[in-house]
Design a protein around this ligand. Structure first.
Ligand code: NAI
Ligand code: OAA
Length: 277
């Protein structure tokens, strides 16, 4: 199994020793197979994920640039918010450096799936480890689209309950930010979710078959150039985009409502990267 270079670890060490710029970072990244970027500022109560853009966009762009120099054949997994914008930023940086491979760039949305599984399992008295609910779209507010109709095992809800659980999944990050009252966001559950995603990516690199995770990737499934759907992972990253599957009317409406915000978030990221590089 290859080295999973964790940039926040590098960043923490850099804080202790005095950060000496991308050269050292590039040394740390050499030979990595999977790189995770969780670096950046978290939300405080009252903020949206998009409010983090001004600080985190540049951080992700700089770290992606170091990735491009050191290990562009690795898988790049972006955790830093706003994911709907930071993934397009990373893609533009990699394009500019001539090393973009859309199969190897992922926005980590696994926490939305972890939450959907948890809330559905709780509501139905099921074992959370045996519940699987796809969540598609993006990773903020209305762009988070739980597809409860595709849950395994199948579950049914009254309309009001289904709407309440959908809202809770969409707002779960905000719920944590408010509960932490200025002390950050869902750091530990994000670590749990990112670990799950990275283990899946590494298992697929190692040749395991039928590894499927939802992730925010370059996509032609909808009009949005980046979109999260279930992805079949392989040795080279995205092996097959499994698409939307069939949506019920209310899920199709959620998708419709998500699109303006998602497209605006993506566009903002692309513009930022194009202006900066
Ligand atoms: N995709 C997802 O599901 C989730 C994403 N997040 C996002 O992850 C990011 C980090 O959140 P937390 O770990 O809770 O925050 P945190 O404050 O606990 O950790 C952030 C880390 O980033 C590092 N950092 C800050 N500025 C940096 C820079 N200029 N260069 C390199 N490293 C830098 C800090 O040293 C620290 O180690 C936030 O943007 C947050 O919104 C958080 C939870 C879930
Ligand atoms: O909500 C936040 O700021 C952090 C995050 O992305 C989540 O918990 O899903």
């Amino acid at each position: 199994m290859g080295v999973a270079a964790d940039l926040s670890h590098v960043a923490s060490r850099a804080e202790v020793t005095g950060y000496e710029g991308p050269d050292k970072l590039e040394d740390c990244l050499k030979d990595s197979q999977v790189v995770v970027i969780p670096a950046g500022v978290p939300r405080k109560p009252g903020m949206t994920r998009d409010d983090l853009f001004n600080t985190n966009a540049g951080i992700v762009a700089d770290l992606t640039s170091a990735f491009a120099t050191a290990c562009h054949k690795a898988m790049l997994c972006i955790v830093t918010n706003p994911v709907n914008s930071t993934v397009p930023i990373a893609a533009e940086v990699l394009k500019r450096r001539g090393v973009y491979d859309p199969r190897r760039l992922f926005g980590v949305t696994t926490l939305d799936i972890v939450r959907a599984n948890t809330f559905v399992a709780e509501a139905k008295g099921l074992d959370v480890n045996k519940v699987s609910v796809p969540v598609i779209g993006g990773h903020s507010g209305v762009t988070i689209i739980p597809v409860i109709s595709q849950a395994v095992p199948g579950v049914s809800f009254k309309t009001a309950d289904r709407e309440a659980i959908t809202r809770r999944i969409q707002n779960a990050g905000t719920e944590v930010v408010e509960a932490k009252a200025g002390a950050g966001s869902a750091t530990l559950s994000m670590a749990f979710a990112a670990e799950r995603f990275v283990v899946s990516v590494l298992s697929a690199i190692d040749g395991k078959r039928a590894v499927i995770e939802c992730a925010f990737v370059e996509s032609t499934v909808t009009e949005a150039p980046y979109f999260s759907t279930p992805i079949l992972l392989g040795r080279d990253g995205v092996e097959e985009n499994l698409g939307l599957g069939s949506l019920l009317d209310y899920e199709a409406k959620l998708l419709q409502s998500a699109m303006p915000e998602l497209l605006a978030n993506i566009d903002k990221g692309v513009k930022f990267a194009k202006e900066r590089y």
